[in-house]
Write a protein that binds this ligand. Structure first.
Ligand SMILES: C[C@](O)(CO)[C@H](O)COP(=O)(O)OP(=O)(O)OC[C@H]1O[C@@H](n2ccc(N)nc2=O)[C@H](O)[C@@H]1O
Ligand SMILES: Nc1ncnc2c1ncn2[C@@H]1O[C@H](COP(=O)(O)OP(=O)(O)OP(=O)(O)O)[C@@H](O)[C@H]1O
Length: 287
């Protein structure tokens, strides 16, 4: 038996860190949403019980380090599954970009194997398992738009933002999430107004969303990598309505309401950066 699952990228419309916890993680408040740039996960079950991973991009690990492998391994061990699986990952989401590519691959693998291995688990159960793999995996299991708290694994779904375009620009560097969080000084940051962001989304106020875009990790990454700051400045200069770095970066996204302006921002950025994508937000009715 086979099945294919889409694994979309996420962006953080806001990301606030409340405090550093005893376990080394940060207590966060994040508003996350999916965009229609996606990896594809093809799963084929195997009678020999093995888990095999193959990835379209040779530099992504194809062993136990791959988060999709970890998802399959976790399900297999936890539910004592005798079958194995061949996982083929067609990567389209840039890697180590702040777009949760690996986390989304893991979430898609959990969902696909739930069907393939007929485990009958609910989304809530898959999300709890996902949290064992990484902080972003639970959100990726549900998709849509959500408030994520705890270390990112406590998910409360909210309305989808109004339709708009999203330009993603990724400079040619990879950023370590652990390193960025390590350099964050929670005592000194200007906090995000998460409530105002939720309210803007509930009221379908595009202007309100743009006004409340805030990511406390942005200053850290911008100080470490001037090229990320440059992309942010260019995105603003070319006229995106709202601009923010996603996650721990280095991808910067720009929200654009009108298609007429989309081309100017997209073409302008192409002059500075090779990895530029024009995508849409995924509304929960689209999935
Ligand atoms: C930056 C974000 O992508 C925003 O969505 C997430 O907060 C990070 O999610 P992720 O990549 O799934 O992160 P994980 O693999 O769970 O954690 C990587 C490292 O980031 C740091 N980390 C992560 C999440 C969190 N709430 N606090 C942290 O301090 C920890 O040092 C951890 O060892
Ligand atoms: N399926 C996968 N796809 C991409 N990278 C993976 C995968 N599994 C493991 N990795 C490893 O994880 C690292 C981070 O990749 P990923 O693309 O998930 O980062 P990210 O977009 O910054 O994630 P996040 O936004 O959740 O912090 C990569 O350097 C890669 O070696």
């Amino acid at each position: 038996m086979r099945c294919s699952v889409k694994a979309p990228a996420k962006i953080n419309l806001s990301l606030d860190a409340i405090r550093k916890r005893e376990d080394g993680f940060h207590e966060v408040e994040m508003i996350m949403t999916m965009v229609d740039l996606a990896d594809r996960i093809d799963l084929t079950d195997r009678e020999d019980g093995a888990i095999k991973v193959d990835v379209s991009e040779g530099f992504v690990p194809n062993d136990h380090r791959n988060l999709a492998y970890q998802a399959a391994d976790l399900l297999k061990k936890r539910y004592n599954v005798k079958k194995g699986v061949s996982i083929y990952i067609t990567k389209r989401i840039p890697v180590a970009a702040g777009l949760a590519g690996g986390s989304s691959d893991a979430a898609a693998t959990l969902k696909g194997l739930n069907q393939l291995w007929q485990l009958g688990l609910s989304l809530d159960e898959l999300a709890v398992l996902g949290a064992e793999i990484g902080s972003d995996v639970s959100f990726c299991v549900y998709g849509g738009t959500a408030l994520a708290t705890g270390r990112g694994e406590i998910i409360q779904q909210i309305s989808s933002p109004p339709p708009c375009w999203v330009i993603l620009a990724k400079p040619p560097i990879g950023v370590s999430t652990a390193e960025v969080y390590k350099r964050l000084n929670v005592q000194e940051i200007e906090h995000a107004n998460t409530k105002a962001m939720i309210q803007a989304i509930e009221q379908q106020s595009f202007a309100g969303i743009c006004e409340n875009l805030h990511n406390v990790l942005e200053t850290v990454t911008l100080d470490m990598y001037p090229e990320v700051r440059n992309i942010k400045e260019q995105m603003i200069r070319f006229g995106a309505d709202g601009v923010l770095m996603s996650g721990s970066g280095p991808t910067v996204f720009g929200l654009v309401e009108h298609e007429s302006r989309l081309h100017r921002v997209y073409n302008g950025l192409r002059g500075f950066c090779q990895d530029v994508y024009a995508v849409r937000l995924i509304r929960s009715t689209d999935t």
